[in-house]
Design a protein around this ligand. Structure first.
Ligand code: LLP
Length: 421
């Protein structure tokens, strides 16, 4: 196997002693490959974020809810959040206790709230009307509320989830009405939460939002926890030397805010964060196979099997993912060139990387898309009736195990009902 362009995976020892071209051959491509060591390390990084003693990291399972993945997160002592009954279900399967799950509702049905209540999972509601509905279902129960601190941040307007332009959270102006509804149903508000958006590389907006959240917290007497949200970014442009988030500096600022709050509040509430991407992104790559290299007018296209049904982020948010190249044959790349890497979906927007400078690529090469573990497989689809990829895990000892099978043709027809009886 030739390492044609493998700077980042080499520096991380990502594949350990495993040959990615063999993985591609054995399991077929496209293939999601996870590295257990990196996943565990990311869990530990965040557990050590602050010195404040009552601190819990809730992994945000929406980023990656693979069962084996959740089992590893659980074994690292993290808790989880959930965005749907489906996530609660998977998390319970992975071994999380109901009290280790935090259900964050957004425009959910009464049936979905009831599912959480029956499962013994605490729910956070994010509007006055949902608080009413919850009160009707669970009189005298415990509840949490998501507030909108008025500060947002994120890598794309589609993922900024606080501030004046988003659907999320309760406007703090409505605190008097919140108190009325709590009293009407004898609900106990045990937690408040926020999430300002996804992917910040500077902690400033996050720290500022904590201040707003803590001001809201002071208006409620009996809180057991305050959840500051997720959004911790990762450097997607590693090959260009982009630095990682400075967790030490961020941790210091957060600690200052928490300790000050604990003094003023008169007791130590539990503080939580709910990161998804930081924990899951960097421990996964996608392997794909180049099936066509062609020139179309002035452009050179590298056509592979990683369409946007496999990884939606580039088409959805113009996201950048590093691409590396492995090769089974002896053929040598003699130059670098600017190419556009595309998938096999029948849409011209099916672009994985536009005008990317890479060593000359040949048909049969194995491409490796970096940082694909967050919002990768969970956002994959069967569009064009393609099969969603398998997932394998490189264990700490170097063994490779299959953690999800590739879809089959049967899977894509399973729930369809023919008119021909
Ligand atoms: N908590 C709540 C309430 C959220 O809405 C989210 C993500 C998170 C936690 C986790 O955020 P993270 O730490 O992963 O940034 N599909 C997009 C990201 C959407 C995230 C939306 N909310 C992407 O691929 O960039």
């Amino acid at each position: 196997m030739q390492k044609v362009y493998t700077k980042v995976t080499d520096s991380l020892n990502y594949f350990q002693n495993v040959d990615p071209t063999k993985l591609a051959e054995e399991y077929g491509t496209p293939l999601y490959v996870y590295n257990e060591k990196i996943l565990r390390q990311r869990c530990r990084d965040l557990k050590g974020l602050v010195k404040y003693p009552k601190f819990v990291v809730d992994y945000s399972a929406k980023a990656n809810s693979n069962l084996a993945f959740l089992e590893i997160v659980k074994s690292e002592g993290l808790e989880v959040d959930a965005m749907s009954p489906g996530e609660i279900y998977l998390e319970r399967m992975a071994g999380f206790e109901p009290k280790e799950i935090f259900y964050i509702c957004n425009n959910v049905s009464k049936e979905e709230m009831q599912y959480a209540i029956d499962a013994g999972v605490i729910a956070s509601v994010d509007s006055l009307s949902q608080l009413e509905q919850y009160g009707e279902l669970n009189k005298g129960g415990e509840v949490a509320i998501r507030f909108n601190p008025g500060v947002g941040a994120g890598h794309h307007e589609k993922v900024i989830t606080a501030g004046k332009k988003t659907k999320f959270g309760v406007d703090p102006e409505f605190i008097p009405q919140v108190k009325e509804i709590l009293a009407k149903y004898n609900l106990k508000l045990i937690g408040i939460n926020q999430h300002i958006g996804s992917l910040f590389m500077e902690g400033e907006a996050f720290v500022k939002s904590i201040d707003s959240l803590l001001n809201i917290a002071k208006q409620f007497d009996d809180l057991q926890f305050i959840d500051m949200g997720g959004g911790f970014g990762i450097p997607y442009k590693k090959e260009e030397g982009q630095a990682a988030l400075d967790l030490e500096d961020l941790g210091k600022h957060i600690d200052e805010a928490l300790l000050k709050f604990a003094e003023e509040y008169g007791k130590q509430v539990t503080f939580r964060i709910e990161p998804g991407r930081y924990i899951s992104a960097e421990c996964s790559t996608i392997l794909g196979t180049v099936h066509t290299v062609k020139n179309n007018h002035d452009k050179k296209f590298v056509g592979c099997d990683i369409g946007f049904n496999v990884l939606q982020r580039p088409i959805m948010y113009d996201s950048y993912h590093g691409i590396e190249v492995f090769r089974k044959s002896e053929v040598e790349s003699k130059k670098t060139e600017t190419v556009t890497v595309v998938g096999n979906i029948c849409e011209s927007g099916d672009i994985l990387a536009k005008d990317r400078v890479l060593p000359e690529i040949f048909e049969g090469d194995t491409l490796c898309v970096l940082d694909a573990g967050a919002y990768g497989h969970v956002m994959s689809s069967n569009y064009n009736s393609r099969l969603r990829p398998a997932e394998v895990l490189i264990r700490e000892n170097g063994d490779v195990v299959l953690i999800r099978e590739r879809d089959t043709l049967e899977d894509i027809s399973r729930h369809q009902i023919s008119l021909k009886k």
